[in-house]
Write a protein that binds this ligand. Sequence first.
Ligand SMILES: [Zn+2]
Length: 56
Amino acid sequence: MKAFCPVCGGEVELPEDVMPGELLECQSCGATLEVYEQESAFKLREAEEIGEDWGE
Ligand SMILES: [Zn+2]
């Protein structure tokens, strides 16, 4: 299972037992990424942005 890094656009391999909220590191750019679920698919966002206003 793979997802795309929002920072560099590189592919990031997801563990088979990945859970939303889990933090992964992009092997390409070193960014810390948070896993989230959207439309039954796992996607990644920059974990460093946690704490900012997401406009919810
Ligand atoms: Zn990256």
